[in-house]
Write a protein that binds this ligand. Structure first.
Ligand SMILES: NC(=O)c1ccc[n+]([C@@H]2O[C@H](COP(=O)([O-])OP(=O)(O)OC[C@H]3O[C@@H](n4cnc5c(N)ncnc54)[C@H](O)[C@@H]3O)[C@@H](O)[C@H]2O)c1
Ligand SMILES: O=C(O)C(=O)C[C@@H](O)[C@H](O)[C@H](O)COP(=O)(O)O
Ligand SMILES: [Zn+2]
Length: 361
């Protein structure tokens, strides 16, 4: 099996997603991106920097014109324009020009911020993703959605800007907390739910090995999820249609993330959002009770919290969905399931339908 997947657009290869257990192939792959003539800025955050920054610097030393790094304070609360401004200042100070490059080293927060900075600095420079969280390895590093939160609105300011390379060193997951591992599983289970019933069943069958973080199983799972995301974003890079399916669980998930003031991880909120969307699918007559139970059992099996653990004011959460980017006029573009592995867009979900999901299962 190849140790990479290639993401295409209009039939043309755009970038590779490379899978490894170390950082040793990074210099060679970046040489292919003309790094010898570039200044490189590694953008990372306070948790990841002490773990992996030096390893990346060691790999790149002598291979590019100059290396600088910018370290910001970890956490979703810093996925904002202030952090972007901080990075712009560093780049201007180091005289970065149009042919220079950013490297995002970290989780989805780092990838989203760095990608957005790369998309906007000097009207766009190259960037590379080195995702270190499970969520970033299977989801956020792929597809070129970049951006930041604005006030408390999730991903309100952003741009589509494709990376030049996604380099996944699966061994970085050894330092990730179990909570953050679970967060990544939220997007992984989502991939099975929207596109691939066999993959969903495989996740359940291999649950114990996944939770034991067996290296071969993790590699297989990460590759499979990357492939699902790759296929969706190749078909619809800028979310004119099918890409919206990747938002399954996110309409209510993002609203819960905001309501809980970021006390729960993105993936945990997506997990709760997926279960609520599955209840709406059942109430809408799309799936039966047995399928709904299979879905909620899956999240339970991977240790996801529920609304019993995190009670919310349903009216307030639903009010927050009005700021969702998927609103079309007064209607919300809701993602539902015809079955496990078969998601679709529904434009007729009402506030009452959402409310019912919180109270009637
Ligand atoms: N652009 C997209 O397509 C896309 C897709 C999904 C999610 N997202 C965004 O991604 C973000 C969530 O990503 P995330 O869960 O990676 O969050 P994150 O970047 O905050 O990382 C989660 C936590 O794990 C730590 N961490 C990361 N890698 C580590 C490692 N190897 N060892 C130890 N600690 C490590 C981080 O410091 C942080 O505390 C959200 O902002 C979400 O909106 C974007
Ligand atoms: O890549 C996509 O498209 C996704 O929707 C993936 C989601 O998991 C991710 O959380 C994304 O950032 C949500 O996008 P948004 O446009 O709803 O903010
Ligand atoms: Zn997500």
């Amino acid at each position: 099996m190849n140790n990479y997947l290639t993401v295409h657009q209009n039939g043309e290869p755009i970038y590779d997603i490379f899978f490894a257990n170390d950082f040793n192939s990074l210099p060679e792959l970046l040489a292919g991106q003309g790094i010898a003539d570039k200044r490189v800025c590694i953008v990372t955050e306070s948790n990841v920097a002490p773990l992996y920054l030096e390893a990346i610097e060691n790999q790149l030393r002598g291979k590019c014109k100059e290396i600088i790094s910018v370290v910001f304070e970890a956490g979703e609360a810093n996925k904002n324009l202030d952090t972007v401004k901080y990075i712009y200042e560093k780049l201007i100070h180091a005289r970065f020009d149009r042919k220079d490059m950013l490297i995002a080293l970290g989780g989805g927060v780092t990838g989203d911020i760095t990608g957005f900075t790369a998309a906007t600095y000097l009207r766009g420079i190259d960037f590379v993703q080195i995702p270190t969280s499970l969520l970033a390895q299977v989801d956020s590093s792929i597809g070129g959605k970049t951006g930041v939160d604005f006030d408390s609105y999730k991903n309100m300011v952003g741009a589509f800007h494709m990376p030049k390379l996604v380099y996944i060193n699966v061994s970085t997951l050894s330092t990730l907390s179990d909570d953050q591992f679970m967060s990544g599983m939220g997007e992984i289970i989502k991939h099975g739910l929207i596109k691939d019933k066999d993959y969903f069943n495989w996740l359940m069958t291999n649950r114990d090995c996944i939770l034991a973080k067996e290296p071969d199983i993790l590699m297989e799972m990460i590759r499979a999820s990357c492939n699902i995301k790759r296929l969706v974003v190749e078909n619809d890079p800028t979310e004119k249609g099918e890409r919206a399916l990747l938002n399954f669980g996110h309409t209510l998930g993002h609203a819960i993330e905001r309501y809980l003031d970021l006390k729960l991880s993105h993936g945990a909120c997506v997990g709760i959002g997926c279960c609520l969307a599955a209840i709406i699918s059942k109430n809408n007559g799309d799936i039966d009770k047995e399928t709904l139970d299979t879905i909620t059992t899956a999240f339970d099996a991977f240790g996801f919290p529920t609304l019993e653990d995190y009670p919310v004011d349903a009216d307030k959460v639903i009010e927050y969905t009005r700021n969702d980017k998927k609103m079309v006029g007064d209607k919300i573009k809701f993602i539902l399931l015809h079955d496990i592995g078969n998601a679709y867009i529904n434009m007729d979900i009402t506030v009452d339908d959402m409310k019912k999901a919180f109270t009637e299962r």
